[in-house]
Design a protein around this ligand. Structure first.
Ligand code: NAD
Length: 328
């Protein structure tokens, strides 16, 4: 059993704790958050010790893994501290706010000989995986155009940190980075970007469209929205000269299978099963990281991939700020 400390008891802290517990391979020893009541609430679900300050968790020699679920501006500081303390690090995306910070995290983990993984979870969503595999296998032929959308309402979190660009990087760095990473996973590096963005302080909203030219010659456009009054949703369409693949989360039906209980005769009791239970993206991502920490496998997302996705986000922000095309 791996002993884990989860830093941050907000949205992603809760997701990580749940995944470690359900992995059956890890025990959550600490949940740390200055909002102690939140740490206590999550810690109570798994028998962990709640902490207001993560330092005590880093001092515990039994803790082998630190999961960083903190606002993005804190990623570098705590990844470096965890590495110096000799812990493997799983850090939520985006890796950091600047490529320099991201590279410093990689260097700190390399020097301490600990593993570092970044949570670009889109690579574990079955529909994105399938699209990646189709394009990698050449089933769609030569890719010409990819169109991706991701959006929902403006995120609400601790101290409104998402609305502070100095702490979150804003929509292009926090949200559209999922799609930038996916594009580079499928089609290789981005060559240049052009982005337009609208923002409003009150009520807070942000919406951006980024047009990307890949080095492969493919063109992509990525639309991101923190201005959508409906629920969170996402879609993509990838077109090649031999076919296309498309997905829209608002149109897909959850897959459910209803079977009769094996035991007993007659109508029995209907038992719903989920054939996709082993496809849960966050759980599979955490299990992959644990296998990597044990030295059993290579990571699907390297920290260098995460820095490369961040570089695209930063280029898109520069383009939106200046109105210029930005070449990477
Ligand atoms: N992979 C995904 O799908 C996904 C989804 C949402 C967010 N994220 C990323 O996860 C990270 C966390 O986002 P969130 O939405 O969970 O934020 P959040 O605001 O819900 O949670 C962050 C928590 O960190 C706590 N915190 C602040 N300073 C701390 C410190 N020094 N030590 C310990 N805890 C501290 C806050 O009190 C808060 O509870 C961000 O980088 C975000 O971009 C990823």
């Amino acid at each position: 059993m791996h002993r884990v400390a989860v830093l941050g008891a907000g949205t992603m802290g809760g997701v990580h704790v749940d995944c470690y517990v359900r992995s059956g391979q890890a025990e959550v020893a600490y949940v740390a958050d200055p909002r102690l009541e939140l740490a206590q609430h999550i810690a109570a679900t798994c028998g962990a010790t709640p902490l207001a300050d993560p330092e005590a968790a880093l001092r515990d020699p039994e803790v082998e893994i630190v999961s960083i679920c903190l606002p993005t501006y804190l990623h570098r500081e705590w990844a470096e501290k965890a590495a110096v303390a000799g812990k493997h690090v799983f850090c939520e995306k985006p890796i950091a706010l600047s490529c320099e910070d991201g590279r410093a995290m990689i260097e700190a983990c390399r020097k301490a000989e600990v593993k570092l993984c970044i949570g670009h979870v889109l690579r574990y969503f079955p529909e994105y995986e399938a699209a990646h595999d189709d394009t990698a296998a050449g089933r769609l032929g030569r890719i010409g155009v990819a169109r991706l959308f991701r959006g929902g309402p403006f995120p609400v979190a601790w101290s409104n940190w998402y609305s502070d660009r100095r702490r979150s990087g804003g929509l292009l760095l926090d949200l559209s980075i999922h799609d930038f990473d996916f594009l580079q996973w499928c089609f290789g590096p981005v060559e240049r970007v052009y982005a337009r963005r609208i923002k409003n302080e009150q009520p807070p909203l942000e919406h951006a469209l980024t047009v990307l030219r890949m080095k492969s010659g493919a063109i992509a456009h990525v639309e991101g929205s923190w201005a959508h009054p409906g629920g969170f949703h996402y879609r993509f369409e990838i077109c090649g000269d031999a076919g296309m693949v498309e997905f829209d989360s608002t149109k897909s039906q959850p897959l459910s299978v209803v079977t009769r209980q094996a035991a007993g005769q007659g109508p029995g009791v209907a038992v719903p099963e989920s054939p996709l239970a082993d496809k849960e993206p966050y759980l599979r991502e955490i299990c992959d990281f644990l296998a990597y920490a044990r030295g059993e496998s290579e990571p699907r997302v390297t920290p260098e991939d995460a820095v490369a996705a961040l570089a695209v986000s930063l280029a898109a922000i520069r383009s939106a700020d200046t109105g210029e095309v930005v070449t990477l």
